[in-house]
Design a protein around this ligand. Sequence first.
Ligand SMILES: Nc1ncnc2c1ncn2[C@@H]1O[C@H](COP(=O)(O)OP(=O)(O)OP(=O)(O)O)[C@@H](O)[C@H]1O
Length: 548
Amino acid sequence: MLRLAQPPARRFVPGVLVGALGAGSAVALLACSAWLIARAAEQPSIVYISLAVVGVRAFAIARGAFRYLERLVTHDAALRQLTRLRVELLERLVPLAPDGMNAIGRGDLLTRFSRDVDELQNLPLRVLQPALVAGVTAVGSVVFLWFLSPTAAIALAGCLAVAFVAGTLLHATVSARADAVIAPRRGAVGAALVDLLSSLEALIAYGAVDASLNRVAAADAALRRAETRAAIGAGLSSGVVSLAAGAATLAGIVIAVPALRSGTLDGPELAVIVLVPLAVFEVCAMLPAAVGASRSVRSSAERVASAVPDVVPAELAVDDADARPLAPGADSTLALRGLTARWPDGGGAIGPLDLVVRPGERLLVRGGSGAGKTTLAHTLVRLLDYGGSFSVGGAEARELQQDGIRTLIGLCEQQPWIFDATLRDNLVFARETATDAELTAVLARVGLADWAASRAGLDTALGEHGSRVSGGQAQRIALARALLADFAVLVLDEPTANVDADRADEVLRDLLAAASSDGRTVILISHGEVPADLVDRTVTLVDGRIPA
Ligand SMILES: Nc1ncnc2c1ncn2[C@@H]1O[C@H](COP(=O)(O)OP(=O)(O)OP(=O)(O)O)[C@@H](O)[C@H]1O
């Protein structure tokens, strides 16, 4: 993950170079200014100081220009890499969705894909870039001072080393744990908040809102504690660096004054030796912070990596490299022979199952709760992988591209996803070319024409998660989508699960009439009774098998 977060050298190295030039200009500006002021105090002819005057102007302009360029180049590289990283993460997420994403709660997942991914851009910006620039500046400054006074150069190097070691150790002692737990605690706050907001109805009904609010407050307090501790660590380490900067200046005075008295140094050189460490430490103060930032980046990288594992769990269907497209107009006969499947956590195994579903057939798959009906449905649309054999129109499903199979076999889920958008938007993504007239016609087929007309028609807003539609209407909208997509085989998973018992038959009758028109195969999944005339055949699942 860290490798993915790091921009390529051709974009990263220019940032380090201009950063080092900016930092070098800052040090040179101070050295030049110190020399100029001290030399000017001796009131020489202007000729002797004109070069230094030009130097001060040049380094002042260069410092600003290089710092601006550094921000531009490093942020451009980091943001480009972030874009690439996001695309790569989404590409890794797609094969996991939806059945491989249940291990992490939605709130935590959201935090991983927003804050934790954002945190990864700090690898080049706050860890590697400042560390390299500080290193180059420190070495360059020590070498420069060496030519004036080797003793002063050694003293500066010593103070820099002490500042780095002491600052880093202090930072680590106070806030290493905090740096590592901030990201997971931020995730915990996100999880608690999403949990609270998405279950508000139940919490209000059972008077449990306060308990849930307390959970959010506790997660928030834990996050604040970690952030405070991290800030204390950062503050203490920058205090140590400032002390070391003062010590380096004092050391410069102690070393340079006797040299001045003995005549081996002149006044302007003394000013340079005493003041240059201040500029060097300003740049090197970033080092302990960079080590601290590396801990936060590592913690976020681990969280992102565990949300998108390199290897997709074997239980999920993934296209083989040589998977081929479904042949156009492929026969829609489905044949399962010794089929087995299970969920990524290893639970809910079904099979071995033997079953043939012929084109145009209306098959009811019955079974008690937990019998494996939804598991079978997810296997048929190639969300879950299978053992044994599952052929589609005579071709083995695992040899065909999943996308192709999903143009043939469609699934209307038990809890259909309704987007927080208009009725039109909720339908048209199933067939992007559909006109309003076609959308209205399909609404009539699923029995929603009058309801839509009594609202704002296709512009009716459906609310978040379909909060403004009933369970039966949500099922009808899902079926309307499926009809637009024109699947040859339609799997209806418990279409009346969220409908009143006395309206269930009516909804089911409407749905099946619409679904099985056009000679479509319908596999109806239900745990309850279904009027016999609605289906051609019934198979019963018991503990994931069809008893003989
Ligand atoms: N997303 C999931 N991850 C892991 N296990 C699951 C998942 N969904 C279902 N299971 C497990 O698989 C088994 C079969 O569940 P499944 O949802 O297929 O049953 P079902 O017949 O559709 O039940 P119901 O009528 O109650 O919806 C159960 O033991 C269940 O715990």
